[in-house]
Write a protein that binds this ligand. Sequence first.
Ligand code: FES
Ligand code: FES
Length: 184
Amino acid sequence: MVQLNINGRTQQVDVEPDTPLLWVIREQVGLTGTKYGCGVAQCGACSVHINGEVQRSCSIPVSAVKPGDRIVTIEGLSRDSSHPVQKAWAALDVPQCGYCQSGQIMAAVALLRKNPKPTDVDIDEAMTNICRCGTYQRVRAAVHMAAGTGKGGGSIIHMGDTAKMGGSVAPADSKAKSGPEEVH
Ligand code: FES
Ligand code: FES
């Protein structure tokens, strides 16, 4: 039996110690906003926060997580998709298929905690998440919007408001779209 703290709730799970954290989050706990992509720490679809740091949960055995470690998934960012980064994602219609987007958002939140005004280079270096739909330009624009460094200035973000716990919310909406990626 393993004890985990996920989105502010204590969870007891009966799994083998080498089970990847991703599978515990999805299969045992039922939080499916965190996605499986590559399984080898390359794509970032499985990104969660552990003690405020973005981590790729597909490659972390559950035995490596301590009971006191704070795991936050996309469902733990806000109760109603109201986290400022989620708002920026919605405002700029970032997702295409949506599959990578919860991982992108988790990476963006972690970046903005450390660097509230990132440059394009900072964003590209920090956010190595892969998007097969090629939403990179929109991701970058949304990070700038959340930081208040996008076109039009003013921030919609209050970065102290990054760790509301509880409740389940959908990750950034998955919308089927066609046509080329727009660049804003
Ligand atoms: S599924 Fe974990 S990095 Fe790709
Ligand atoms: S893989 Fe990123 S939106 Fe489709």
